[in-house]
Design a protein around this ligand. Sequence first.
Ligand code: SAM
Length: 278
Amino acid sequence: MEKKWFYEKMSPETVYGYHVTSVHEENTGFQELQIVDHGHFGRMMILDNVVQTTEKDEFVYHEMMTHLPIMALARPAESILIIGGGDGGILQECLRHDSVKRVTMVDIDGRVIEVSKEMLFFKDAFKDPRLELIVGDGAAYVAGEEAQNKKFDVVIVDSPDPVGPAMVLFEAPFYKNISKCLNEDGIMVRQAGVPVFQAPELKEAVEHVQLSFPHVAVYRGVVPVYGGDMAFVIASKNGAPVDQPNGQFTGKYYHTRFHSAAFVLPAFWYDVTGLPME
Ligand code: SAM
């Protein structure tokens, strides 16, 4: 198979280049979807020319977006809502917790799910009987009675950057509705970009989430293909702190001593977010 260069724009003057072999390409009606193979990062999924996940470093993002909020809950988590997450990586990590009894996943793009089941590395997670899979808009789902009556312990927003169908997942009303879908001690988390390239995205995410949640914090993890030091915004509905784990869990990246450490941020992130440097 002939190799080609794929370039991802990280900023107006910056691109990351990958020498890849194309495996699959299609326009899903929502997004441009590509599956490629790369010598170092292995199999990669790309949406609208932005790398979403790679075989080599997916564990960092998926573990930090899953185990940290689950271990931050003051009791064993049982019910989880994933918004986006069509590749299946977040789902796989949620299902590693025996306490988890049900996972509802809402992704707008059925083709991302089908191609991921066929070509990516989280296939088995989609076969788990605890999964309720819904193809639809996540913002519409959390605004609905069904979700707000169902109530969840943890809501994980695994969306791409604020482009195309994902724009609504960055707006303030979305977080208000998430709060209505959570149990009184529930926790939500979302990715907030890589501040070295996307500081305004982090600032806006904190501001919007603070409109609907009494306690909002930021933690970090290093995801090479996303550009390095990535920010995650986490919030608790009842204002409880989230920086201490409620038990033991060890992944390939996340572990319980790393839980608290991840809340110690680079100095400039406090300027960006306005959060106190305690
Ligand atoms: N981890 C990746 C990142 O940080 O860039 C995101 C991975 S995941 C593949 C993103 C998913 O969000 C995609 O499958 C996409 O279809 C889904 N998505 C985009 N907009 C959505 C919406 N409004 N409602 C539900 N899912 C949405």
